[in-house]
Design a protein around this ligand. Sequence first.
Ligand code: ZN
Length: 309
Amino acid sequence: MTGESDELGARLKVYEGQPAAVSGMGKDPVNLPMIRHWCEAMGDTNPAYEGPEAIAPPTMLQAWTMGGLSGHVGRTGAYDELLTLLDEAGCTSIVATDCEQEYLKPLRPGDRVAFDTVIESVSERKTTKLGTGYFVTTRTDVRVGDDLVGTHRFRVLKYAPSRKRPAKKARRPRPVVNRDNAGFWEGVAEGRLLVQRCADCGTLRHPWLPGCNACGSLDWDTVESSGEGTVYSYVVMHHPPFPAFDPPYAVGLIELAEGVRMVSNVVGVPYDKVRIGLPVRVEFRRHEDEDGALTLPVFRVVDVLDGEA
Ligand code: ZN
């Protein structure tokens, strides 16, 4: 796209310097409950924000001007027009990229905040990893009475999302096999679940490690697990989605009959039927993709529940 004339960019430039909000008023005066909630959320224990002489944390500047779910106060048509132009040109996505604030005077409980926002700049057309679009910067001047107490500069990228690459079957991530755990994966390839055993004190361990946590010995051999176990704990993965995985799915922490625990998928029941204590048995699943074949141990629920399998 570079080098092409940017007609849209020229139309957007016209909005530089135009107001985005005029004589906006904070929905609430500066107040202690909002300050307290902010400090709790941020973990900020600065004593300046407590007590009869409290000031508001400077970083709350924008909070006092926010429209909330019910909408912005004092917003003008210019900013909406600008966004609409971008929408119509296919730049339908938006992401906040950065913000800068300047603090001139502390805000105190009872202060009533007023603000004006100007469209400070619209960038040239830019191509980012997200897509191609324009950075729009607004500057909000925050006042109490006639005093400027701070400014808040906010930048968004309004963009056309880059097209997704053609769908390709995602490859299942491979286990990281190293000298410490190679024996485990060799066992899995043969359909055996091998647990490390300290050659000195006999303590079993998993995942595989060079030394014994109980006695420090570096000598070990293995025992083959029966593959029987129970769900010790689990989570259901909804988000984020990982390529090659199809959420929601249950990830279990399985306690093997031998006493060690192992993380794996629980299969054989719907994800929302997985429960702590369910008896499970190992099953070796083979995956084929362009990287070749991969065998992974998963755990199948032994008793079929409610007739579902
Ligand atoms: Zn040991």
